[in-house]
Ligand binder design. Sequence first.
Ligand SMILES: [Fe+2]
Length: 309
Amino acid sequence: MRIAHISDFHLPTEAGQRVKGALPDANLIEAVSVLKRQVPGPDLVVLGGDLLDEGQKGNYETIAELFRELQVPIHPVVGNHDDLKALKNSSLLDKERRASGYGSFDHEGLHVILLNTGGTGKSYGNIEEQQLFWLSEDLYRNHGKPVMIFMHHHPIDSGIPWLDKMKLQNADAFWEIVPPYSQNILGVFFAHLHIQLTTVVRGVPVASPPAVCFQFSGNNEAAKAELSDEQPGFNLIDVHNLGAGAPGAGTPGTGGQGTDAGTVRLRSVRLRTVRFAPAVGSTPASGSGEQTRQRAEPSSAGHAAEKKS
Ligand SMILES: [Fe+2]
């Protein structure tokens, strides 16, 4: 099974507007085009949040139409730049299951949990008590299944102080709930950092994809937002041997035997052509007022994380 995790489009209110020098519309169109050319194609797509730069003003239907061409289920996660009310007015959000912006579903043996960390009205994230309670119950009810958890904000320290002020504020509460189920959790996937990151926390692989718009630098000395010239992109999450072990025999937290969750391989696909605003004093590309940059390197950089329980 292949899941595309694609995030942080930051589409502007007016098409063609630049956001921090990038042209998010052009990047998103190219990202969807590159995604469509992947073999095998994704079985489902998770949009990691910050789909619009100003969610309350925008129209999510444009994004729904763009991804509809993939003809696979599309599931959005709510970011701090998003607006739940506007998302509900689009065909992107399953309103019956996710009126509150969070929920879960099964897809061919995989249990997918989508959390809403973006309701604070600030750049940092939070999971309110009712949602934490729901998460705990949902994990318990589905403890025999392989699970993936998606959210927008990072529930870990990235090591970059200005970015970590914007992390999931109650990450401790999240990590109190998850570890008893770590045998069955294939990964916790977030975005928000605009930096590709992969690590393991308490036995659980965690990862963020590159953003589709602009990338932040990983300079931990930087006092505030500093951009990098890395290419935009997205992650492909491949799951092999899904739930290959004995079916849900154990009770989490009691030392019982759990299920083999499967093996996860992550690959970041980077866009080859990206449009940036010209640097001050540089000569714009003829006629377009923009600078098109092409790279000769391969369009993907791999990183594998394995989870076998
Ligand atoms: Fe973002």
